[in-house]
Design a protein around this ligand. Structure first.
Ligand SMILES: [Zn+2]
Ligand SMILES: [Zn+2]
Length: 185
């Protein structure tokens, strides 16, 4: 069974290739009802990832307002390359500058569900629960200790060869962050 989050991911991948798509096209590509597609698109639009247009959708390449483009945790400007989106079960969502802030928010959100993050290597939006994280690498592009997310273990390992750091799954990455905080009270 294709889950909703898989489909959202695939819709984003589809839009990343094409830039935009019509509703009809998405219905055919994903072989689901109009209603399902609308529901997924609404979620993605609310997340600020896509923009609905007449009869279709397009990928948002730039966030429409400056306010939305600030990290909920540290107020840094969010780069689409490292963005982390925490979504609560009630539909509320917070955007973070990178996985460092994102995982902090995620772990503090009681009902965090379906958080998303950008694959650092490719820029795709991926599921944060399935991402592989590289902890404490030499590439401090955002918050320190640096946490970067990757869609595949291979990519994470490739990155690790160049910039060192430790591979971790989401749970391990959250533990690591909390451990760092306790080490520096
Ligand atoms: Zn931040
Ligand atoms: Zn950051």
């Amino acid at each position: 069974m294709t889950t909703s989050i898989d489909r959202e991911k695939k819709i984003l991948e589809h839009l990343q290739k094409q830039g935009s798509a019509s509703i009809q096209e998405l219905v055919e590509v994903f072989n689901v009802s109009n209603m399902t597609i609308h529901r997924e698109l609404n979620k993605l639009a609310e997340a600020g990832l896509i923009q609905k247009k007449h009869g279709g959708v397009a990928l948002v390449t730039q966030s429409p307002t400056a306010g939305i483009n600030q990290c909920s945790m540290c107020n840094k400007t969010i780069s689409e390359r490292t963005v982390f989106i925490v979504r609560a079960a009630n539909g509320e969502q917070k955007r973070a500058c990178c996985a460092h802030c994102g995982l902090m928010i995620h772990s503090q959100t009681q009902d965090a569900a379906q958080s998303l993050t950008a694959d650092y290597l490719h820029g795709h939006i991926i599921s944060a629960t399935q991402a592989i994280y590289v902890l404490g690498s030499d590439l401090n592009i955002c918050c320190v200790p640096s946490l970067l997310s990757f869609g595949s273990k291979q990519d994470a390992e490739k990155f690790q060869k160049g910039f060192s750091g430790t591979l971790a799954n989401m749970e391990e990455a959250i533990h690591y962050l909390h451990g760092m905080m306790h080490a520096h009270p």
